[in-house]
Design a protein around this ligand. Structure first.
Ligand code: BTN
Length: 247
């Protein structure tokens, strides 16, 4: 077996698998490809300091330790692209066709099925290690008003979460060939799956201004390029928020 998923640390309950992974690394025990899997997270972390909520035992909440990333800091988005596309491929294997909402939300028909939180450890100008946190809605049936969906809701059947995790590791091992080198050059595939590309939608800037914009692309640093009234502006994650799709 290739290195990703060779070692799985199973936890009943933890604050966040990303935090646990960071501790494993701090203690000098990080082995590339180790997966930390939790039945329950009581302080699961999402992007933009949000919480990640998942019904205990029904979904996949795990983090993957990626050692020796050895990409420069301005290549951070290559990791995001790769992991997002790995999720797309995983779900394609279950006949579920998803899109990527920039930068790395995984959506099925506009509803969130998975979220990704990548936390990098940087040394000088190099990304040394990454903790890749994934929350995938597998068997949960109710989301209490959240715009979310699960594999089970889409397909009308339950899945064995371990099987889905093993498939994901297989996808990563396959996409990297050696289970280690982050594949580059995935920009075209990423854009092909980008939610709202070339479609008008409503966005909000960090100063609270709403505008109708059209995503035209993502630059090499991973900034979202939006046509804002005829001017193409590149936004960082903290600078723009998607509000709604225009019908
Ligand atoms: C998001 O879409 O906001 C990102 C969600 C990431 C959630 C996963 S669950 C496993 C890992 N541990 C965390 O605390 N967060 C990530």
């Amino acid at each position: 077996m290739n290195s990703i998923g060779k070692k799985i640390i199973r936890l009943e309950s933890v604050d966040s698998t990303n935090n646990y992974a960071a501790n494993v690394i701090r203690n000098g025990k990080a082995e590339h490809g180790t997966v930390i899997l939790a039945v329950e997270q009581y302080a699961g972390k999402g992007q933009r300091n949000a919480q990640w909520l998942a019904a205990p035992g029904e979904n996949l909440t795990f983090s993957l330790i990626w050692d020796e990333v050895n990409l420069s800091v301005d290549q951070q988005f290559d990791i995001t692209r790769f992991i997002s596309l790995a999720m797309v491929e995983l779900l394609r294997r279950y006949a579920i066709d998803v899109e990527i909402k920039w930068p790395n939300d995984i959506l099925f028909e506009g509803k969130k099925i998975a979220g990704i939180l990548i936390e990098n450890q940087i040394q000088g100008m190099l990304i040394r290690r990454s903790v890749i946190g994934i929350g995938l809605n597998v068997n949960q049936n109710h989301f209490d008003g959240l715009n979310a969906i699960s594999m089970a809701l889409i397909k009308g059947r339950k899945y064995v979460t371990d099987d889905v995790l093993f498939s994901f590791c297989e996808v990563l091992n396959h996409m990297t060939k050696d289970g280690r080198s982050i594949p580059l050059g995935l920009q075209e595939s990423y854009l092909n799956k980008l939610y709202c590309l070339n479609r008008e939608a409503v966005y909000q800037t960090s100063s609270g201004v709403e505008f109708n914009g059209i995503i035209t692309g993502v630059d090499r640093n991973g900034r979202l390029e939006v046509d804002n009234n005829g001017e193409i502006v590149a936004y960082d994650l903290k600078d723009i928020r998607f509000i709604s799709q225009n019908s």
